[in-house]
Design a protein around this ligand. Sequence first.
Ligand SMILES: Cc1ncc(COP(=O)(O)O)c(C=O)c1O
Length: 454
Amino acid sequence: MATRAPLDRARLANLMARECERFTADHPRSEALFKEAKGSLLDGVPMPWMVKWASPFPPFVDSASGAHFRCVDGHDYVDFCLGDTGAMAGHGPSPTIAAVERQLRRGITHMLPTEDAAWVGEELTRRFGVGAWQFALSASDANRWSLRLARHVTGRSKVVVHDHCYHGSVDEAIAMLDDSGRVVPVRGSVGPQVDVAETTRVVDFNDVDGLEAALADREVAAVLIEPALTNVGIVLPEPGYLDAVREITRRTGTLLIIDETHTICAGPGGATGAWSLQPDILVIGKTIGGGIPSAAYGFSPEVADRVRGSIEVEDSDVGGVGGTLAGYALSLAATRATLAEVLTTEAFERMIPLAQRWAAGVAGVLHERDVPWHVTRLGARAEYHFMPNPPRTGAEQWAHADPDLERFLHLWAMNRRVLMTPFHNMALMSPATTEADVDRHTATFGEAVEALFA
Ligand SMILES: Cc1ncc(COP(=O)(O)O)c(C=O)c1O
């Protein structure tokens, strides 16, 4: 395909200025709340990422339902961010709300098991194959505790992650490769406890030889991966890559931890179910509680045997694994209802075609306008990249990132009431998303591309 003239940066800057004005004019109430919140909150928001939106200030939410939210200025947005997967089940799914309302009256937390815990464990085993589940309130915690247990049972100290991975606020995973292939903290890493080069080895995604070399001395306790990168932009595994990861980890006695927190979008059993993967430990968080904090980590029978009994009951509350509210009654009631009645196989059968429609819509616009960008899809999640071919590694995707262009496209969409995930160009479908929602994005994206390149 012939490539068109490069992006006109002056035109981009002018368009961006116009969109900023439009957003501000349309959102006086949000702006007033933002100014007021600056008096009591660091930077006017409850947590740092909430200023990462492309708009001059974030839209404040009045209410959210299904695949939409309404801001305090009365605008209805189609939500493809869905709380960056926290609301992949849709905002306020009624089975989850009903279960939470019931549980609120029956005891919220008591550090005792409820019937829901075993039900959720059985359901997670049915979906992901592994068992012996434990619960947490965030995927970050589930990853942290999995890594601790992996070091504990292997007696090894190191961890391997992919370059440009993200697994939450997990110290060992806030590491990347620099241009000379050395392990360094990720840009923006805040106050690391130890030099990540001490704890972590980093390999490129899809790099079998790199992984082989990283595990050769058998000092690595675990390889922690997303089966497809989703946090730098979607990067899919090449044929045979995940088989090679499994074979090398097994041969070197290294545990394979698969973090399905985002890749659950691949199907009801995530990529593990869809691609018949065999993790030693599986981590899942965010969406399984339908918006109520919930996360889980489970073990293969062999690893479960090694973990079981390895910690004295006397010491089990102080050893660095677990939290007071982890697996609390409300969280498990919400998780049971969400898995049983919301994120069902039938729901994925609706969500995945919607992501196909979204990707086809974007690809159609790019083709029509002769723009050399690529669209990638993983189940119910899709993304466009500012490059003509799919990225093979996180670094390749990163090298083609264009923050100014990305901010413009996001803000253009917000001004036309479509919300994308604020990191890269990703859209996620929920069971409540409709074809009309998807088509609204396609039309809006087409207008943005027209404005940029006409
Ligand atoms: C793959 C993956 N794992 C873990 C996490 C951390 O989730 P949480 O912020 O809920 O702890 C994230 C967050 O984006 C993620 O994408």
